[in-house]
Structure formats: C-alpha cells, structure tokens
Design a protein around this ligand. Structure first.
Ligand code: ARG
Length: 465
C-alpha cells in the first residue's frame, strides 16, 4: 500500500464531522483483498454505463469518457501502476475515484442508479463464474490424467480392500476410475452451481431498486448472465451461490483427500504399490533415507481449511436480516482462498498422477495374500448348485484350514478342497486365479479389464462436453 494514500479517508466527508480512525479504516477496508476483482468491476461498470446511455440517462459523451477512462485504469492495474488506497476502502471506490480524476464529471455520473451493494454482488458473481469455468477445465485435466494411468494399468491387479482388509482382487485401472467418477460428479455439481451464480444483481441498487428507467435485461445480456435476480432485497444480500460453491469445493477436496490418503499408504515402503516422482516429494532434515509424499499430505490437510471456509460462510449468513450488511464483506477471503486452494490442488494433482510409477509385482504379491479369491470359490460352488449361504460356510471352513496350515486357497490339493465340498472338481483351479477373479466381473461397472477399457472410453467421451 502506498504510504501517502494510507492517510485518513475523505470519502464520506459531507456527512461526517471527523475523519475515520486510522485503525477503523484498516479494519473496515477490503481493498487489500477485493482488488483482485478489479477487471470484473470494470466490466460491470462498462455494461452499466452503456445501459445508462442507451436509456438516455447518460450522454454519448459521458459514455465515451467513461469507456476511455476505464480502459486506461484497466491498463494501469494490469501494469501494476495503479495506486491502491486504503483510504478509499475498496476496489469500487478506488476505481471510481481514479476515473473521476481522469475524466471529471462523467466519472461522478457512473454511479447513477447503482450502489456498491449491487455492484459488489455483481463483481463476486462475475469473478466466481470465471473461477468455476477454470476449475471445470482443471477437473477435466485431472480426470484425463487418471484415465491415462488407468489405460496403462487396465489389467494390473491389486487387492481391493474393505475395512482396510484384503477383500477381492481388482484392477488398478478400475480403482483409479473410481476417483474419476467422483471428479466427474464434481464437474456436474460445479456446473449446476454456476447456473445460480450466473444471475445479475445490478439494478437492485442499495436494496430497493432505483428511480431511474434502467434496463436490467440489457445489462444481464451484456455480461453473459442467464437471468436477473428477481428481488432487489434478495439480490444485494444473497450469498447462497458462494456457499454452494464452497460446498462443491469441499467435496472436491474430500475426493482429493481420499485419493491422497491412498497415495500416502501406497507409497509407504511397507506397502510399496507406487512411487511418486521426486519433484512432488521432499526429504527429511534429519533422516537422510526419507522421501515423503508431502503433496498428498498437504492436500489432505488443506481439505480442512476449505471445509472451514464453508462453515465460515454459513455462519456469516445465518444471523443477517435483510438486506445488505457489512458482514457480507467477510465473504471474500474465504471464497477467494477456497478458489485458490482448489485450483492449485487440482493443477498439481493432474501433474502428479501423470508422474506415478506403478509397481505391479508388489500389487500382485499383496493380492495373493489374504484369501482374496474366497468369494470366487463360494460363487463356484453356487454355480455347481449349492445355495450361497451353504457355499459361504464351506469356504469359510476352507479358509480356516488354510490359516491353520499357513497356506493359500490355491495351495490346497484338489483332495484337500473336496473335504469341504464334494462339488469341487478339477476346474476349480482355473477359477481361483487373480485373473479369473477380475475377468469374471464383467458387467457394467465391474472390474474386468475389458470393462475397464470400455469405462475409459466412456469417461473420455463425457470429458469432451
Ligand atoms: N466492500 C464492500 C463489500 O465487500 C462493498 C459494499 C459496501 N457497501 C456498503 N454499504 N458499505 O461488501
């Protein structure tokens, strides 16, 4: 912040007998964080001014002065030459004051029929809409990275877990595609949220609307909004759209966090299913042998912070009477931090997933332990005519035998197996391999390698939209 501009504000001078206290000025100012909406503030002002001119509220000359002035201001901001002043409180007043300095009275006319209350709501919506569109692309990139890795490992077998216990063998491609499903739902959720973000508050003015003959639909069209907010009181006070976005973002981070947890486990030398490229890991300052999965751990941690922002915004709104209250200024930092955290995380994860080294031998070894094909043996018996519950019991006894004799189901001789059910014949051996187990699950949504290939193709098609 420029030194000479942090002096006491004169913005409200006519109504006030003394300048705002210096600490209060800093306490109430938002320019340090809301200046990131500057380009959208200018875009909104241009649409507002064009409408005022079309409605004969501003002259052509006023409009062209405003257009020229705002273009220069945008350039100054982009070049880092703009002098932001805390004394001018927020992004809106900073830009308006500079405009007036540049073009005189036309700058003072820009705020006709408008209030900062509908202006800020418009800016946030424009900013968030653009962030959602970027996040849409980032989610797609991550899904494509998952699909690329799944393609390479459509038939690589690892144990699937329930309760963190070996359950049944699955293909690694199938496992990765489970996350792609989550992120596809995130894309849907973001797009649905976007519809409610994409409505125009401008025209609500302070809260009750304006006495000028404005054309809100024209402004909405100019700014690409799908509709106008239908009630002026609601328009300036509604932040549901920001809360919805944070809820959708919290789910994105929840999915990221679950994936992170698996990456951390898989990379542990005790498991050793994968390795993460060095550029996503760090070492230890004391233990020379360490290579830590810092990125997934940090992403897991940052999930808490995004969840916190969601709760923060809900709490911000819960006690507010209509219409605008200054509380609302507190919506921005949580919202911006959520956008930044989710965007950075998605960007890093798309790269990191592409740089995962898979260790199929370790996965296979793990899948061969823990009687992962016990269900296949039960299914085999059912196909020979045994009711499922009876089959379940026969295999449970066989597993117990294996535990006592420290061997695997596939290590038993045919004779030993037949002790548990005379229905077992020599064709059982082919049914109990890991490959047979995964290939047999060949319905839609199943783990069979052929199905995984189809699921990848289907996913890619969805990602084109
Ligand atoms: N900086 C304010 C905000 O973020 C802009 C609106 C101020 N309106 C007001 N009546 N004080 O909400």
């Amino acid at each position: 912040m420029d030194k000479k501009t942090t002096t006491k504000s004169d913005v409200w001078s006519g109504r006030f007998s003394e300048p705002v206290d210096e600490l209060v000025q800093r306490y109430t100012a938002s320019v340090t964080f809301d200046k990131r909406m500057a380009a959208f503030d200018i875009q909104g002002s241009l649409a507002h001014a064009e409408m005022l001119c079309a409605q004969k509220i501003l002259t052509e000359q006023d409009l062209s002065d405003i257009q020229r002035g705002l273009a220069q201001i945008l350039e100054e901001i982009n070049d880092g030459r703009f002098n932001w002043s805390i004394g001018l409180e927020d992004v809106h007043m900073n830009i308006e004051r500079r405009l007036t300095d540049l073009i005189g009275d036309a700058g003072k006319r820009l705020h006709t029929g408008r209030s900062r209350n509908d202006q800020v709501a418009t800016d946030i919506r424009l900013y968030l809409r653009s962030a959602i569109d970027a996040i849409d692309g980032l989610l797609k990139n991550l899904c494509n990275s998952l699909a690329d890795l799944a393609e390479k490992h459509y038939d690589t077998i690892l144990p699937g877990f329930t309760h963190m216990q070996v359950a049944q063998p699955v293909t690694f491609g199938h496992h990765l595609l489970a996350y792609a499903e989550m992120f596809c739902r995130d894309i849907e959720r973001m797009r649905d949220c976007r519809k409610r973000v994409n409505r125009l508050p401008l025209g609500a003015a302070a809260l009750a609307g304006t006495t000028f003959p404005i054309d809100r639909e024209r402004v909405a069209r100019a700014l690409g909004f799908e509709d106008v907010c239908r009630n002026s009181l609601d328009a300036v006070s509604d932040r549901d759209f920001a809360i919805e976005f944070c809820a959708a973002a919290a789910l994105v981070m929840t999915h990221i966090s679950r994936l992170s947890e698996e990456l951390v486990i898989w990379m542990s030398p005790r498991i050793g299913f994968i390795d993460i490229a060095d550029r996503f890991c760090t070492g230890s300052s004391i233990m020379p042998q360490k290579k830590n999965p810092d990125v997934p751990e940090l992403a897991r941690g940052k999930t808490g912070r995004v969840n916190g922002h969601l709760i923060g915004l809900l709490t911000l709104m819960k006690g507010q009477p209509l219409a605008y209250n200054k509380d609302n200024q507190e919506d921005k930092e949580p919202l911006f931090d959520t956008i930044d955290t989710v965007s950075d995380t998605l960007r890093i994860f798309a790269d990191m997933v592409s740089a995962i080294t898979v260790k199929p031998d370790m996965m296979r070894q793990a899948a061969l332990q823990g009687y992962a094909t016990a269900t296949d043996l039960a299914d085999y018996l059912v196909k020979k005519g045994l009711p499922f519950r009876a089959a379940h019991e026969a295999v449970a006894r066989a597993v117990r035998f294996c535990v006592e004799h420290n061997c695997d189901l596939s290590d038993m001789t045919l004779e030993q197996m037949r002790a548990f059910s005379p229905l077992i014949e020599s064709d059982v051996l082919g049914a109990l391999t890991l490959e047979a187990s995964v290939s047999a699950r060949a319905h839609i949504g199943g783990t069979a390698p052929e199905r995984v290939k189809e699921a990848i193709a289907y996913l890619r098609k969805r990602l084109e939209t």
